[in-house]
Design a protein around this ligand. Sequence first.
Ligand code: PHE
Length: 350
Amino acid sequence: MNDLAPLAELVDSARAEFAAADTPAALENAKARYLGKAGRITELLKALGALPIEEKKSRGAQINVAKQQIETLLNARREALAQAELQAQLRAEALDVTLPGRQRGTGGLHPVSRTIERIEAIFGSMGFDVADGPEIETDWFNFTALNSPENHPARSMQDTFYVDLKDAEGRWLNLRTHTSPMQVRYARAHAKKHAGAATMPEIRVIAPGRTYRVDSDATHSPMFHQCEGLWIGEDVSFKDLKVVFTDFCRAFFETDELELRFRPSFFPFTEPSAEIDIAFASGPLKGKWLEVAGSGQVHPNVVRNFGLDPERHIGFAFGMGPDRLTMLRYGVNDLRLFFEGDLRFLSQFK
Ligand code: PHE
């Protein structure tokens, strides 16, 4: 019996079934149909037992050849499927290294923050402490303690933002209209700390921060910054104010070619009072007087509210505008640009 033709067909059909199997599981099922316990090759081998010895040998050899061919086909297909799977996985996990990276923006300090840091550094070098206080303030600290009369215009609703909350005295809280309440807060804490001592160290402090007024145009914003300054000792005069403020301006603008003018003015909490104007000797603003601060010798009533004796403790205070200083330093002409959060503007200061 020579069944070579059917064996070749068997190999062909195995080839076709293996090729049709498109997953490893389907391939193993197809394999079982040929090489499994009840597979067609296995059946053929089992049937050999019934043949006479000579025929058994030649037939057995033929079947083994077919079996090897099928195993070769099987292994080739296994390999092909494994490769296909690997390729699919690589494709799925592909990383397109040609994509431009996502940039993480590098932030920068806000120009007004830069100015405030500069102010702190310069006054720090002159021995001034830096203090911080509440933006929601009581009527007493914002006005009364600063010698502002009940009928002072700053107290009116047109200038001041009031908060819908009252303090212990039944007065509306407000968004501080200036940093001057920090004079009182800091000096009172200082006086309390040194109460009873024979001598009290001088008070030398600046207090930068946000302030609020009902006001909005190119040079006024409802939220703006101020930096308070206070120096109280036993012999601190208007002359010292001039020296300190002149030194500050020269350091801040990095030039000695700068003139200062102390223009008589009025504040309830200083006497005498002066507006401080500066003028540059060169540059686009050459010769123009620019107001940068209010100042004066602290009023005796205010010193009393510090908890100190005005016969013994005297000194000066000033309040300057960091926003204005920033505009002058960088040549910005509209204050609102600082508070609109437009990165095209802000990133220029990085
Ligand atoms: N607080 C004043 C203002 O806001 C400025 C000032 C501070 C004046 C300290 C004198 C002394 O205009």
